[in-house]
Design a protein around this ligand. Structure first.
Ligand code: SF4
Length: 342
């Protein structure tokens, strides 16, 4: 295995410069019908992350967070999986289903977090810590490439990280947590375990400003802030509820009385929240708000937004782009299975 095959970086995009690429002019309803027809014809199942456009979630067979989708991927009975999400998620689906064909509507759908921790950089850090005589267990957030996963002891999602760290990582070991420093800091707080944190962050969650969030709260009296633990500490400190996307959904579903929620995570998450608990009002916390109250599209992930109905249709129809099996998927499979499925 060479570092060249492991290090091929996906482009990092500035969300402020993002413009929806190649948006279709085809009628979305026609596209949705065509996708339904192609799914049957091509023996395919669509998995969609909560951060892709709502219309894609509506044609998907399974919608969820990374943990749920990784588990759902193992229940698929069709020969093909179309993964509407980002590259590392489709890799995980392939790793857990080697015999199936896994398609990703756009191979350039990367992730700023995954890109912040490359195979050579993590390997070098692990060797450095070993040379210092430190007994370290590497725990990786699922937002990492398969190559990086192959170097790790445990893979966690925001949905199961606390449980894995508390119940499965021996207390006498040091933890190297990669790649999200904010999630890592939050886990240090809730588990009481010291960790060596990798300096990565998500380009979307990183950009919420505390001032803008306070302003949104002031403009919506009685509202509650619900936040993803990928947000920086100053945002989490002023949030009323913190959890991964699935936990956020369960939380609002459990509240009967209509309420207004300010949502500090990727803005497409509003779609499943509205579907699950239509009695509430959901307002995305803006990425940046100007004095005049205008907001930018920074709370949309440009990588997730590479998934469109048109590309989903095209990839179903053409059977590509496909995630090909790589030699480092074998060790990644071992750690993924142990961490998420057992
Ligand atoms: S929202 Fe952030 S963590 Fe999620 S895929 Fe986009 S860049 Fe990665």
């Amino acid at each position: 295995m060479t570092t060249a095959t492991l290090g091929s970086p996906l482009p990092v995009m500035d969300p402020r410069s993002f413009e929806a690429d190649e948006r279709t002019e085809e009628d979305p309803l026609d596209l949705m019908d065509e996708i339904d027809r192609l799914k049957k014809e091509k023996d395919a199942t669509i998995l969609a992350h909560y951060y892709v456009d709502g219309e894609i979630q509506d044609v998907a067979d399974f919608c969820g967070d990374s943990l749920q989708l990784a588990r759902d991927a193992t229940k698929v009975t069709t020969g093909t999986i179309v993964f509407c999400g980002v590259h590392f998620m489709a890799e995980s689906a392939k790793i857990l289903n080697p015999e199936k064909r896994v398609l990703l509507p756009d191979l350039l759908a990367g992730c700023s977090l995954a890109e912040s921790c490359t195979y050579p950089a993590l390997k070098a850090r692990q060797e450095e810590l070993k040379a210092e005589g430190r007994d370290v267990v590497t725990v990786a957030y699922i937002n990492t490439s398969a190559a990086v996963k192959s170097l790790c002891d445990w893979i966690v999602t925001s949905g199961n990280a606390r449980e894995v760290i508390e119940d499965r990582v021996p207390k006498d070991k040091e933890i190297l947590f990669v790649p999200d420093q904010h999630l890592g800091r939050y886990l240090v707080e809730v588990t009481g375990r010291e960790m060596i944190l990798w300096p990565g962050s998500c380009m979307v969650h990183e950009i919420f400003s505390l001032t803008d969030m306070r302003r949104a709260k002031k403009n919506n009296p009685g509202s509650e802030v619900i936040a993803h633990p990928e947000c920086p500490q100053n945002i989490l400190a002023e949030s009323d509820f913190i959890g991964g996307t699935e936990r956020l959904k369960q939380y609002v579903m459990g509240i009967e009385e209509p309420r207004t929620f300010l949502v500090a995570t990727e803005a497409a998450m509003i779609h499943p929240l509205e579907k699950a608990a239509p009695r509430h009002t959901f307002i995305p916390v803006p990425g940046i708000m100007t004095d005049s109250g205008e907001t930018c599209a920074c709370n949309r992930c440009p990588h997730m937004a590479r998934n469109t109905l048109q590309k989903t249709r095209d990839c179903l129809r053409d059977g590509k782009p496909e995630i090909e099996w790589k030699d480092y998927f074998d060790p990644a499979k071992e750690v993924l299975t142990r961490s998420l499925l057992q």
